[in-house]
Ligand binder design. Structure first.
Ligand code: NAD
Ligand code: DAO
Ligand code: ZN
Length: 368
């Protein structure tokens, strides 16, 4: 079949809208009509060329929601008309990683997904016979996609696509880092570095679990009002603060119980660790730093009880946890609507990247 898609031909160039040939689903695969997709910082990171694993030409996008159109042989958990969210972190429930119960990093299709291919090592996308690569196993900047069954979360049918697509990455990454990775407890003091599409969801998660002080750090003063709406109690702008770590230690009487780095800046990662409390502080890295970047601190920071950790997709097991997060949204337990600042057509997708670069959007959503 043919599908309309925004194609990334090479790093640093705008996406172009193309008619792409899409082969049907093979064994264990599902054809999905994408109804809406968010534009995440990670898509920009790959398009910019900073991502060492970025491959071209490819169809980017990993924050979508849609409807099952057809299933390939052997698919048992999904059928036509099911509503789904594609998962860049699948959940096979069979691999060593899934069975360990210690991680959400399912490895069942990792090798081929990382090479922009389906599990049989081929692409379903092409233009005039030239293969176009998949991206993160999702490629939600295409109106129709083929996705492995293990990389689809089935969600309720009454949830609006243009909101729940954000659960495909930003919402789950931020909320999950608090709930599933750090397991922040009520009364804890929390610091969030970076109040963008991810950081605001960390704030929302911290508020949800009953954190005491929730301190936000951002260079963009416009982020303060939105973050306060989501539960931030204190705002620090590094431009106006001589020593961010000292300021946090003072506000929290010795240091934060938990900190979250949601920018991808290694200097902030160090501050995020060092502003946590001696003896028990835990700092969670969510931001993805540029290729080849390294983090450093004095080892004594760790000797004296602080812990440095990381979180991918919020530690969420997609097929299990994503449908629950959709329920939280539908039950009014979490706010997604206020974070979606712009709705665009696929033809306007490059504007979505420009809005992000200028710091004017939290989330832009493309509606097909
Ligand atoms: P974003 O661009 O929406 O937000 C980043 C925020 O950081 C902005 O508000 C910006 O003003 C602020 N900022 C930039 N430099 C700063 C500095 N030096 N000090 C303080 N604030 C600063 O990005 P996002 O969509 O929220 O993504 C954040 C990071 O998370 C990115 O690196 C992205 O790739 C990563 N990410 C990780 C995962 C994961 O699973 N670990 C998932 C999605 C995204
Ligand atoms: O299993 O080795 C692996 C890779 C898992 C991918 C996790 C990606 C999380 C960070 C990238 C940001 C995604 C939007
Ligand atoms: Zn697995």
């Amino acid at each position: 079949m043919k599908t309309k898609a925004a194609v990334a031909w090479k790093a640093g160039s705008p996406l172009t809208i193309e008619e792409v040939t899409l082969d049907g689903p093979r064994a264990g695969e599902v054809l999905v009509e994408v109804k809406a997709t968010g534009i995440c910082h990670t898509d920009y990171y790959t398009l910019s060329g900073a991502d060492p694993e970025g491959l071209f030409p490819a169809i980017l996008g990993h924050e979508g929601a849609g409807v099952v159109v057809d299933v390939g042989p052997g698919v048992t958990s999904l059928r036509k008309d099911d509503h789904v969210i594609p998962l860049y972190t699948p959940e096979c429930r069979q691999c060593k990683f899934c069975l360990s119960r210690k991680t959400n990093l399912c490895q069942q299709i990792r090798g081929t997904q990382g090479r922009g291919l389906m599990p049989d090592a081929t692409s379903r996308f092409s233009i005039d016979g030239q293969p176009i690569l998949h991206y993160m196993g999702t490629s939600t900047f295409s109106n129709y996609i083929v996705v492995p069954e293990i990389a689809l979360a089935k969600v309720r049918a009454d949830a609006p696509f243009d909101k729940i697509c954000y659960i495909g990455c930003g919402v789950t990454t931020g909320l999950g880092a608090v709930l599933f990775t750090a397991k922040v407890e009520a009364g804890a003091n929390v610091v969030v570095f970076g109040l963008g599409g991810i950081g605001l969801n960390v704030i929302q998660g911290a508020k949800m679990v009953g954190a005491d002080k929730i301190i936000g750090v951002d260079l963009n003063p416009e982020r303060e009002a939105m973050a306060r709406k989501f539960g931030m109690t204190h705002f620090i702008n590094p431009k106006d603060t001589e020593n961010v770590v000292d300021a946090i230690v003072q506000i929290t009487d010795g240091g934060a119980d938990y900190s979250f780095e949601c920018v991808g800046n290694t200097k902030l990662m160090r501050q995020a660790l060092e502003c946590t409390h001696k003896g028990w502080g835990r700092s969670i890295i969510i931001g993805v730093a540029e290729a080849g970047a390294e983090i450093s601190t004095r080892p004594f920071q760790l000797v004296t009880g602080r812990k440095w950790e990381g979180s991918a997709f919020g530690g969420a097991r997609g097929r299990t946890d994503v449908p629950k997060i959709v329920d939280w949204y539908m039950d009014g337990k979490i706010n997604i609507d206020d974070l979606i600042t712009h709705h665009l057509t696929l033809e306007q997708i490059n504007e979505g990247f420009d809005l992000m670069k200028r710091g004017e959007s939290i989330r832009s959503v493309v509606v097909y």
